[in-house]
Design a protein around this ligand. Structure first.
Ligand code: GSH
Length: 218
């Protein structure tokens, strides 16, 4: 099996977290020579995005959430979902809230920062308000920790750790890290994540990816 992945992508990071947590023998590679818009890649994944998991029989599975769900079913041990429908729903809810209500405004903020004419202050303020609200929703559903859904590593960590990395990145670029400091639960979670070997490894890969991206933009 092979995973097409970008170090910096929060979506690919989510999949790598499942792969490392389950110690799966999956080859992790960067984009193919022609890139993710090449005819060869689009033949495997017409969406033209990474991550993409290619099974040994050639079947391609795109979309990070679908990939981690597949890995959970194909390789159930160690389990990254708890027992019981309610506990499982909570893990999925935490991941969903992080993606929809936190990751989305983070990407909008990064787009504003990179806008050709410079950021529009009113739009930035509106996005920061949505992000502030979104982190509040996430913290409401997260457990006391140290992991996203309580005291066990779950699929929720695969989403919250990379999204937390991006929250810090976008707020740092916007000069608004004070907003993260106000969200003590998420801030403490990101500190705890660095103590878990799998989450620390992926945070390190994302930091390397960010460095490479900044070096290439110079
Ligand atoms: N919904 C997708 C999003 C994947 C995604 O946006 N990947 C980015 C990398 S962070 C990408 O490949 N972007 C290339 C493009 O959109 O052209 C998932 O969960 O896997």
């Amino acid at each position: 099996m092979k995973l097409y992945s970008f170090d910096l992508s929060p979506y690919a990071a989510r999949v790598r977290i499942s792969i490392y947590a389950k110690k799966l023998p999956i080859e992790i590679v960067g984009p193919p020579a022609g890139g993710i818009k090449s005819p060869e890649y689009l033949a495997m994944n017409p969406i033209g995005k990474a991550p993409l998991l290619v099974l040994d029989d050639g079947v391609s599975i795109p979309e990070s959430e679908t990939i981690v769900d597949y890995l959970e079913e194909a390789f159930p041990e160690p389990a990254l979902l708890p027992h019981g429908p309610e506990a499982r729903a909570r893990v999925r809810l935490i991941a969903r809230v992080a993606e929809v209500y936190v990751n989305a405004p983070v990407y909008q903020l990064l787009a504003q920062i990179d806008a050709p004419g410079g950021p529009d202050p009113a739009s930035v303020e509106a996005i920061l308000k949505r992000l502030d609200d979104g982190i509040g929703y996430l913290e409401h559903f997260m457990g006391d920790g140290p992991y996203a859904a309580g005291d066990k590593f779950t699929l929720a960590d695969g989403e919250v750790t990379p999204v937390g990395f991006y929250v810090n990145l976008a707020l740092s670029e916007a000069g608004r890290l004070d907003l993260m400091a106000r969200h003590e639960r998420l801030a403490a979670y990101m500190t705890d994540a660095k103590r878990d070997p799998v989450l620390a490894k992926v945070l390190g890969e994302m930091a390397e990816g960010l460095k490479a991206f900044k070096d290439s933009a110079r």
